[in-house]
Design a protein around this ligand. Sequence first.
Ligand code: G3P
Ligand code: CA
Length: 255
Amino acid sequence: MTNLKPWPYPRWVAHRGAGKLAPENTLSAFRLGALHGYRFFECDAKLSKDGVLFLMHDATLDRTTNASGVGGELTMGEIAQLDAGSWHSRAYAGEALPTLEALARWCLSNHLDLNVEIKPTPGQELETGRACGALMNRIWPQDITQPLFTSFKPEALQGAREVAPHIPRGLLVDKFADGTGDADLKIATDLDCHAMVLNHALWDEALVAKVHGAGLRCSSYTVNDAWAAQRLIDLGTDGIITDRVDLFSPAQTGK
Ligand code: G3P
Ligand code: CA
């Protein structure tokens, strides 16, 4: 069998910090995930108007802040003023959207691993990938844990690869381009990815064998029930991204 790429990460990944238990992609959410014992965190990063990487899932501010419009059209100074907590609950009123740098520094100081999903504003794929690579090059020492870059956008992974080729990459796929996964696996291998990170329902025994056979790791999002998690563990996959930091102990490994 082809040699599998190294996979230094724990199996369990806390999605957007602590799933839905705290306002996603805020430092309070990551702190809460850590309190549940998680040490590998997924976040969504995009560029502000003035070129600062900040955390936000949606293209628009409407769902998770007290403002509306496209997040990438504001400067970081404007983004930092937003209330990204009240939508979740009163306890988090006034919670700010952090920069990716603030989260990465918090992870470093707590010896935690970080999966940066590069979530570009449309049209900024390459630029956002390059910015993520440059930031991690600048602040993340290479002799401790490595971050992981993921994206649904191959151009974003290409941008990160140009600038920070040593940081592992994973291709996110929600639906196969060709129905079989072969076309997406080719994109991932062409980008020298470490992993395919799929909508968990896409994995089956044959696909796990094919992806492992190509030397890549098999990871899944977003897994929120015990049956689905056990299926992925039994299939021999390598990573599980979950909102349910309250349900799954990161120490559990399955049967
Ligand atoms: O990174 C895995 C997962 O977060 C991808 O989907 O839409 O939750 O960013 P989404
Ligand atoms: Ca994400």
